[in-house]
Design a protein around this ligand. Sequence first.
Ligand code: PMP
Length: 404
Amino acid sequence: MNDAIRSQFPILHQQINQRPLVYLDNAATVQKPLAVLEASETYYKEVNANIHRGVHYLSRKATDAHEQARDRIARYLNAPASHEVIFTSGTTDSINLVAATLADSGKIQQGDRILISTLEHHSNIVPWQMLCKKTGAQLDIIPINDAGEWDLSEIDSLLTERTKLVAVNHVSNALGTINPIHALITKAKALGALTLIDGAQSAPHMAIDVQALGCDFYTFSGHKTYAPTGIGILWGRSEVLEMLPPWRGGGEMIKEVTFEHTTYNDLPFKYEAGTPNIEGGIALAAALDWMDQLGLDTIAQHEDSLLQQATQALLDIDGLRLYGTATNKASVVSFAIEGVHHYDLGTLIDQMGVGVRTGHHCCQPLMQRFGITGTTRASFAVYNTSEEIELLVNAVKKASMMLR
Ligand code: PMP
């Protein structure tokens, strides 16, 4: 099966320093299958036009394709309605949309609390700090244990009636922890708090059902789900999106404009000012089709077997410490080797053809929690193979012997 999958990814078939490329930086971005590349190309060869206000043939065709992509994404998330799916440029953009409009809504007051966790990516920290600065609210942080799992022992003092929003990731990009979000969402809802799930690392690896989760917002990025960069999704519950004010002003997000006054468009267009990434949305729908055809369970099982193999083999390396040993994990191994700087390790194994990420993974507070500046992180996608895990492990062994 793996050869059939790999043959759909032209970029994987290249040599780096006379060795086969081993691409293990999938949590940062994944490679794109032919089906997605072809969807982008076909769009530009046969469809390209600006959408929504054109009466001509191509404009109608592009509008239909764009709106069908929205429907497809709604189905992927099991969203109750397509107009709850907002096209953004990615997870960061989606979270900033919610943070900025919530700040402007007047619903967050001095003394209110926003709850996040130690595991968050900077894009699920900084927008909330900005909101706090504007409103006088304060951040509370769910701590973690040494395995990289939420420590919920003090949750009753962290999540209270004063909490107006809980914003947490579903899967940690730095450690791979799959967080028990459903229980937290249920508890938050009972206390009247809004809930936002950063799904950047879950949408690529598992089936998502926003209705079953019960959250108010779910965000993800196209480029981590086999689609191009520059496209992402904010799903929001209609009632909540309708309660929030508009964000960016411009074309498309209006109903009527005079110099004195503007009235705003309905969802989803209220949040889609300007010409959107039309091709990106269509390619994202093609990527989700591709993932569904392969089967989300098949993807998850394959990645899990690579994770187990990598975890066991890496632990055999002298002086290696794993960061993130949660019971429930997806697709990421983060580690450090005693006496070796992660940057040197990453650079050396790159020379052996193995591409991994080193550093803080946009999670500086998490690194501070462990008292480190960064880790080396290998992250897996469905096209990775057991042989590639062996190449990773051998490269890490060799490099650590050279560096220690
Ligand atoms: N949250 C998490 C958990 C992530 O892994 C990432 C990307 N590394 C982001 C947010 C930000 O995504 P993007 O850069 O696509 O906006």
